[in-house]
Write a protein that binds this ligand. Structure first.
Ligand code: GLA
Length: 386
């Protein structure tokens, strides 16, 4: 891959790249829409992701090129012009990270030529945008010798997404991509940023990611809407409870105080976040106890809650999951990521994986009218220089 990236660079820029970097995509096993409610998440980094080859320049120009968006060509931007620009499309992600670094005093004084190439399906909800953000952060640290920790690179990447791109995401994706570890998922408490690695031994089963191939059209605005519904619920609960985030309370406290939330829709959103947070903790315990069956059941419950209370699934995700639930060898299946399209994650016994892909694929195509794509996921390490 290093040579491939160097060759691509030479073809585009007619000179040699100096360095090559990589950042993974991520899949979340459980703990969905909890990360902006102070809850727990349980994601892992994947072995596919985004690559970049790069060469520093002596002037103030940055040239961006992505092999995935060849039609946009090389974009030339001055380092003093790091403002959001719709025409720059995907390049707003790395630009946002440069802007976020500068906002904490890490100013870059000379430009570079950079080529990106990613093998994460775009818009599939496997965090191609967080991947390119954290990748940019790791590159800036290396290129300009900045004294910045991986956690701060993660925070800058989230800041870029929130304040530069304008999507109010939580910290899960950037964290998983920066801090990922081979064969491990990360239990992250998004309230304190305390985390622990949990080795994923699935006892003869694999993680299968199924892509609905439905583009996440209005996802960003719907995402921000869910977030504000949770904030409304929190405000109502704060009239009696001393809490700073929804996930500070458990199911019992929620049920006793649910009446405080005036709007029924907001109450259901809060219910999802609070129950999902507790489910995540139970799921990690189940894994520690080698109780894969319980882990799978909690995944299924997570999907039902995202479908009925949080309402972020849709016909494509529901179809994939509901077909999966009926297949032999399936331990658990749920949507993963923000929802509104994107992917599902399933745990499937190894000997049933081929049949799963064939049969779920056929049934999905028959009902939805186009194909789903399947990947048997490997859990990889976080962002790094190659
Ligand atoms: C997106 C966001 C994350 C998280 C998930 C839902 O992936 O970027 O921060 O909120 O949705 O769990």
């Amino acid at each position: 891959m290093i040579n491939k990236l160097k060759d691509m660079f030479k073809e585009v820029y007619k000179c040699e790249a100096e360095k090559v970097f990589f950042a993974p995509g991520r899949v979340n096993l459980i703990g969905e829409h909890t990360d902006y409610n102070g809850g727990n998440v349980f994601p892992c980094a994947l072995t596919f992701g985004t690559y970049a080859s790069i060469k520093k320049r002596n002037d103030k120009t940055i040239r961006f090129y992505s092999d995935n968006f060849k039609e946009l060509g090389i974009m030339e931007i001055n380092i003093d012009e790091m403002e959001y620009n719709k025409e720059h499309d995907w390049a707003n992600y790395p630009k946002g990270v440069i802007w976020a670094f500068e906002s904490i005093g890490m100013k870059i004084d000379s430009g570079f030529d950079i080529l990106f190439y990613g093998n994460i399906p775009n818009g599939a909800g496997l965090s191609s945008s967080a991947s390119i953000e954290v990748l940019t952060g790791v590159i800036l640290k290396d290129l300009y010798n900045f004294d910045i920790s991986m956690i701060d690179i993660v925070k800058c990447s989230q800041k870029a997404e929130n304040q530069f791109v304008g999507v109010n995401c939580g910290i899960m994706d950037q964290f998983a991509i920066g801090m990922g570890k081979k064969d491990n998922a990360i239990l992250l408490d998004t309230n304190t940023l305390k985390y622990q690695y949990s080795s994923i031994k699935l006892d003869g089963a694999s993680i299968v990611i199924s892509n609905t191939n439905k583009r996440r059209g209005l996802a960003d605005s719907k995402y921000n809407e869910r977030r504000s519904e949770c904030e409304t619920a929190l405000k109502d609960l704060q009239s009696e409870l001393k809490i700073n985030a929804l996930c500070e309370i458990n199911e019992d406290v929620f049920e006793k105080n649910r009446h405080l939330i005036k709007n029924e829709v907001c109450a259901r959103r809060a219910k999802h976040a609070i129950y999902e947070n507790q489910r995540t903790l139970k799921a990690v315990k189940a894994l520690e106890n080698k109780d894969i069956k319980l882990f799978g059941e909690l995944m299924n419950k997570s999907h039902i809650s995202l479908r009925d209370d949080y309402e972020v699934t849709g016909i494509e995700l529901d179809t994939l999951v509901e077909i999966a639930w009926k297949m032999p060898g399936v331990v658990g299946s749920r949507m993963t990521g923000a929802g509104f399209g994107g992917c599902t994650v399933s745990i499937v016994k190894d000997e049933f994986v081929d049949d799963f892909i064939k049969n779920v694929g056929e049934k999905y195509n028959k009902k939805i009218g186009y194909e789903a794509v399947f990947y048997v996921a490997q859990i990889g390490d976080g962002a790094r220089k190659l």
